[in-house]
Design a binder for this molecule. Structure first.
Ligand code: FRU
Length: 542
């Protein structure tokens, strides 16, 4: 299959075939990681009977596909089982809340519980006899009310859950409370709302430690944590997050910053990444984030490939020391797939130079590089960065950049002659009062093929004026590149479909197009083994 399928991934999660979108209800239960996802079992396109597919794993990298967990069957979900989340109730009892598209095409919230709690695979799920538990309240559109979060337990002993919605042009997040998880009462005021944004999908709400990279259970509320609200704006196809203060007795979340609709809003990922969902992994005391990555080719291409949609490698997420943004890093388990390794140390990269990293399978690799920087004062001056859209700055052709420190970085999935290349790079700027790093993923030359979305992505992040080194990590897997700048301060996920740079004809380079030289203080690149992802019985073990 892989020979005919140069874009099918080797270690990213995918169903055996057909369409996949949102991650649903990730959780850890009795030694097993569970992952559910939105799936159209009949076609490589989104459909009108979406179901919950289900896979299990012992390490979040190798997966066994099980039978579907939830399928349309009742008046309250007969037109699809849409996204939702898991909550582990006291006594280690997992439950799922999900959105049903009912016989009137209204969106309602339903409960499902495992048939057999002693089965660690939780293969079968029972829909609650009182479904639907929640129908659209007056303040929202009946067909824009969906995606319940993991519930959290307030100090008063009541459960809370939030649900995405829309009224008119306003995007809303609606809060419900319950004592028994079955009878839910709507809160009179929205938990969060934004004008002119339209529907909010897939909210996620969780605490993060102020002083630790460890994760924390969703119900924790004390002075050692801050809270994160993540929302997915369908109109923008991006996942935005807000750090802020949650006061449960007031049912109030006060974000530190308001949504601006500009490049200043914080996002989990500045590339393709949507409808993400996190969970607390109490086995390893970390919070893990999953995100859906859709295709950048055409629907016709997807039909020919027979599949569409990927999930990112799960990421650990925590609050940066600055308290101003979240950090993300691929879970350590992915490193178990690292095979043969190439290293480069102490190599000076003059301005205008390109160096091949040979000896690995460049179409399926993990690359970590640490660049030693020149004095940051030599960086280009940006008088007013608030006037500059980083994505547009990244889209400028190299020739018209007056790069001083950078652009430098990687050319991934590149052809030997470099006619195809995806450039993932940094450029350092100074402004009147701080230093900024621009991180870009330039897709303009990613493929000789036409009819692909080759939008270039980019973002700024603040750097310390005394920064001596900056790291870049890229997980490359056939048609996806997940890149992490400065230890996880910013991430960009790309989908690219090279014509020449596939299989053994894919190459990897390090480059520097700035006028200042930079030094590769350390580069490690590994060929990545294939993850075992398959139907039960077809794989050794997971
Ligand atoms: C987000 C979303 C959700 C919905 C699901 C349907 O991508 O539109 O709001 O529940 O996908 O598959």
């Amino acid at each position: 299959v892989t020979d005919e399928q140069p874009y099918r991934t080797s270690y990213h999660f995918q169903p055996p075939q057909n369409w996949m979108n949102d991650p649903n209800a990730p959780m850890y239960y009795k030694g097993v990681y569970h992952f559910f996802y939105q799936h159209n079992p009949y076609a490589a396109t989104f459909g009108d009977k979406i179901i919950w597919a289900h896979s299990v794993s012992s390490d979040l990298i190798n997966w066994i596909h099980l039978n579907n967990a939830l399928e349309p069957s009742e008046p309250y979900d007969i037109n699809s089982c849409w996204s939702g989340s898991a909550t582990i109730l006291p006594g280690e009892k997992p439950v799922i809340l999900y959105t049903g598209i009912d016989h009137n095409k209204h969106q309602v919230q339903n409960l499902a519980t495992p048939k057999n709690l002693s089965d660690p695979f939780l293969r079968e799920w029972t829909k609650h006899p009182q479904n639907p538990l929640i129908t659209p309240p007056n303040e929202v559109e009946e067909d824009e009310f969906r995606d319940p979060t993991t519930a959290w337990h307030g100090k008063d002993g009541k459960w809370r859950v939030i649900i995405g919605a829309q009224k008119g042009d306003e995007g809303k997040v609606i809060l419900y409370q319950s004592e028994d998880f079955v009878n839910w009462t709507v809160s009179p005021k929205p938990f969060f709302a934004t004008d002119n944004t339209r529907v909010i999908e897939c909210p996620d709400f969780f605490p993060v430690y102020i002083n630790s990279t460890n994760g924390v259970d969703t119900s924790v509320e004390n002075s050692s944590v801050r809270h994160v609200l993540k929302i997915s704006y369908q109109s923008k196809q991006h996942d935005y997050y807000f750090l802020g203060k949650y006061v449960s007795d007031k049912e109030n979340f006060v974000p530190d910053e308001k949504f601006t609709g500009t490049s200043k809003d914080l996002r989990f990922d500045y590339g393709k990444f949507y409808a993400s969902k996190s969970f607390f992994d109490y086995a390893k005391n970390r919070r893990i984030l999953w995100g859906w990555v859709n295709e950048s080719d055409t629907t016709q291409d997807d039909i020919e490939k027979g599949w569409a949609g990927l999930q990112t490698i799960p990421r650990k997420v925590w609050l940066d020391k600055s308290g101003k943004r979240l950090m993300q890093w691929p879970i350590e388990e992915v490193e178990n797939l690292r095979g043969s390794k190439i290293s480069i140390t102490g190599k000076k990269l003059e301005g205008g130079s390109t160096l091949e990293v040979s000896g690995i399978t460049a179409s399926q690799a993990d690359v970590e590089v640490l660049f030693e920087l020149p004095d940051l004062e030599s960086g280009e001056l940006l008088e007013d960065p608030s006037e500059v859209d980083p994505q547009l700055l990244c889209s400028k052709p190299y020739a018209s950049r007056n790069g001083q420190i950078g652009p430098f970085g990687l050319l991934a999935l590149a052809s030997k002659d470099l006619t195809e290349q995806t450039a993932v790079f940094f450029q350092i700027y100074k402004t009147p009062n701080r230093h900024l790093c621009l991180m870009c993923s330039d897709h303009s030359r990613s493929s000789l093929r036409q009819d692909l979305d080759k939008t270039t992505y980019g973002t700024f992040f603040d750097i310390d004026p005394n920064l001596k080194e900056i790291s870049l990590r890229s997980l490359i897997d056939k048609s996806i590149i997940e890149s992490f700048g400065d230890g996880g301060r910013a991430s960009i996920t790309s989908r690219v479909y090279p014509l020449l740079a596939i299989k053994r004809d894919a190459h990897l380079y390090v480059f520097n197009n700035g006028s200042q030289s930079v030094i590769i203080s350390k580069l490690n690149a590994w060929s990545m083994k294939q993850a075992e992802i398959g139907l039960e019985g077809s794989i050794r073990c997971a």
